[in-house]
Design a protein around this ligand. Structure first.
Ligand code: ADP
Ligand code: MG
Length: 707
């Protein structure tokens, strides 16, 4: 519940003019002591008000017995009291006119029902006063641009200063703050602000995300997400960040949750909530990563790197072996390596034989004696090459390290291309590292991190026009939705009727309940036919013998009918058997096309290679619904097995337009169903050669009751 009237804007919370520390102490072994020491050590310039009934002064500052006795106005109060005193403390802060409380106290909503109840209570108390809450269960914040180190993390005693830079970070995990702050510190990465939001009882991740977007000094925003409180606001903010030219990096926990959930359809198991988040990140240009430390290191490089233009990666290495492995890894990872222009080759001729003018250029493979000039020559030639869109230099232990580091710093300063420096020397390279820290040039120590940054740069470049698309148009004949929709688990005929009402091509099913009618239906359709048992309880029909393919005469149909009837009875379907007879569709590929309604991000569609192998292949792509034809085609092109659709090795091109059209129509159906949709699935959509269409031969779905 948001505060009805806020006493303080959110940006002021990370840059308070006055700060009270409740439970302040001089003892650095205590929680309240560490907060005091950290705030004082890093030179907070606002009014600092220690609160402790037992002390006159703390670290030379006058101390107040309670918050009510401290002179106002008080922007922020740090609250780290035991849970038993929490309600009372929040009440006192509210009464004293405090703008916001940063609540460190844990074992609340994240811990127990009683804790959750107390958490709700403090939110209500705060709201009564228009006081905002950060946390509970957070670890405070660090705002280098305001000289504020409001956290108990001992890393702030290790750090001599709070490094100021252009990276902002909002974290749902408190402990990550210390880890990543000190990692950044050692790498010379400067921050505008790092905020931990804990349980997000009042203020949440998006509130601070927004503050960082609006903050002029923040260029790169990192987010560590566990669960978003307001997913659609996240999407909106991600778009705004993009419009402002700010890079957003994110790591989200819970990637494997979808895999473990017992799923009622392929769509549910392949397109869970992590996949939904991944999809909106892709669509809004948020660079989703898999690891928080890698995110901060990447942010440090990106904060000082331009965007990547057309071309590939140009690389110089001081270890031939390491370079060869790296080149292999880049190729496997799909990172494009630059081809040297003729001008670059001619330039390299001075020191490198043509046979060794590879990418990467190996500094060891030169004519004559090795000297610093060779390093400079190779780096400049590679970085200046017109095909080099991003430059990378890996320094391994060698005698000329301190003499040659200036050359790479020069490339980084001079060029409008991303320049990545990997200092692969362990602590042997400490003097080089010091030089880098002084120059402000970012560095990495592992090629893995460099690959991640390059991959992000490529992703950012490819993202291109995606975000600026116009709203998609509804194709002719897609809807409207019937007024009387079935609900619960839909059988194949029910699902297909829904698909047909949106203009999706399906087989025409004839439903029968006697063998005689089955034969009549088969004759009307024309042999060969397919017979399937219809059941509301069976998810995968072929698993229990309910699908009979390629029936070519009346005897085969009669026999199939009998067998399916028995299989239906065995599967628990009492009463008359329901069997559908349909045409046997021939085609070149089987795709899965699905849709689901994500609780947070709304309707999304999925397309991939299907049939019974879908979970094994895991070759699917997702998009927010509705989408247009171009976007649908773009998704198809991203499938690993796209060459099969595009015609490979003499195979014909398949009807990609028909697949895209099916996806677009299903996306409108998903859009129109709204939250009633749980999931819908065509599996398979049989795709014929170009111009011959695609047909949904199987369908299923689950709709909830009309609200
Ligand atoms: P389920 O997925 O419930 O097991 P399907 O209806 O998808 O049942 O049938 C299983 C497989 O049989 C499909 O993946 C497809 O390969 C094939 N099949 C089903 N119906 C047809 C049809 N009408 N024409 C051609 N092949 C079909
Ligand atoms: Mg199927």
């Amino acid at each position: 519940m948001p505060a009805p009237h806020s006493r303080i804007p959110v940006e002021r919370i990370i840059k308070p003019q006055s700060l009270a520390i409740i439970g302040a102490s001089e003892d650095i072994g205590k929680f309240g002591g560490r907060f005091m020491h950290n705030v004082v050590r890093h030179g907070y310039a606002g009014r600092l008000l220690p609160i402790n009934p037992g002390r006159e002064t703390i670290l030379g500052r006058p101390c107040f017995p309670n918050i009510g006795a401290a002179p106002g106005p008080i922007d922020v109060a740090l609250v780290a009291v035991p849970a038993a005193q929490l309600r009372q403390t929040i009440e006192e802060c509210g009464a004293a006119g405090v703008g916001a409380c940063v609540v460190i106290t844990a074992q609340l909503g994240e811990f127990s029902e009683a804790g959750a109840a107390l958490q709700d209570e403090i939110v209500q108390v705060a709201a009564k006063y228009g006081m905002r809450l950060v946390g509970p269960n957070c670890l405070g914040m660090i705002t280098p641009t305001h000289a504020l180190g409001l956290t108990s993390s001992p890393t702030l005693q290790y750090a001599e200063t709070l490094p100021r830079g252009s990276v902002g970070f909002v974290s749902q995990s408190g402990a990550l703050m210390g880890t990543l702050f000190v990692l950044g510190y050692d790498h010379g990465i400067g921050f505008t602000s790092i905020v931990t939001v804990g349980n997000q009882a009042d203020l949440e991740l998006c509130d601070f995300f927004e503050v960082l977007i609006e903050d002029d000094e923040t260029e790169v925003i990192c987010l560590y997400v566990e669960a978003l409180k307001t997913p659609m606001r996240f999407v909106e903010l991600a778009q705004r960040a993009r419009a402002r030219g700010k890079r957003v990096l994110a790591v989200k926990a819970g990637r494997t949750e979808a895999g473990s959930a017992a799923a009622r359809s392929h769509t549910a198991s392949l397109a869970g909530s992590y996949a939904a988040f991944e999809t909106v990140c892709e669509e809004t240009g948020v660079l989703l990563m898999d690891e928080p430390e890698a995110m901060i290191l990447a942010a440090g490089v990106l904060a000082r790197a331009p965007r990547m233009g057309p071309g590939g990666i140009g690389m110089v290495v001081s270890s031939g072996g390491g370079g060869a492995v790296t080149a292999d890894r880049f190729t496997v990872a799909g990172l494009p390596l630059a081809q040297w222009t003729e001008a670059t080759r001619t330039r390299l001729d001075t020191h490198f034989p043509r046979t060794h003018q590879n990418n990467p250029v190996d500094l060891g493979a030169h004519f004559g004696a090795l000297g610093p000039h060779i390093f400079k020559h190779a780096m400049d030639a590679v970085a200046d090459d017109a095909n080099t869109a991003a430059f990378i230099y890996t320094m391994t232990p060698q005698p000329l390290m301190p003499q040659t580091v200036d050359f790479v710093i020069d490339v980084w300063t001079r060029h409008t291309k991303p320049t990545i420096f990997v200092l692969d020397t362990s602590r042997f390279g400490e003097d080089v590292r010091q030089k880098l820290l002084q120059s402000g040039m970012p560095y990495l120590t592992r090629i893995d991190d460099a690959m991640r940054v390059l991959e992000l740069l490529v992703r950012e470049r490819d993202h291109g026009a995606l975000a600026e698309r116009a709203a998609p148009l509804r194709p002719q004949g897609a809807g409207p939705l019937s007024k009387t929709l079935p609900s619960g688990f839909l059988t194949e005929p029910e699902a297909k009727a829904l698909f047909r009402s949106y203009g999706i091509a399906t087989t025409q099913d004839r439903t029968v309940s006697t063998a005689q009618d089955a034969v009549k239906a088969a004759e009307a359709i024309g042999y060969p036919v397919v017979a399937k048992g219809v059941s509301r309880t069976v998810v995968h029909k072929s698993d229990v013998g309910l699908v009979r393919l390629g029936l070519s005469d009346a005897d085969a149909v009669t026999q199939a009918f009998d067998e399916i009837s028995r299989a239906l009875a065995a599967a628990g379907d009492a009463g008359n058997p329901t069997v559908v007879i349909q045409e046997m569709v021939r085609g070149e590929a089987e795709l899965i096309v699905g849709a689901r309604h994500d609780e947070g991000f709304g309707p999304q569609v999925m397309v991939g290679f299907g049939g019974v192998m879908v979970e094994v292949l895991r070759d699917v792509r997702l998009a927010s619904a509705p989408l247009d034809h171009d976007r649908a085609r773009a998704l198809l092109r991203k499938l690993k097995l796209w060459p099969i659709l595009d015609g490979v090795r003499g195979r014909p091109k398949l009807d990609v337009d028909a697949v895209a059209d099916t996806l677009v129509r299903l996306s409108w159906l998903a859009h129109d169903l709204g939250p009633r949709l749980q999931d819908l699935e065509i599996n398979p959509l049989i795709v014929r050669v170009a111009g011959k269409g695609a047909v949904a031969v199987d369908g299923r779905g689950t709709l909830t009751e009309q609200a």
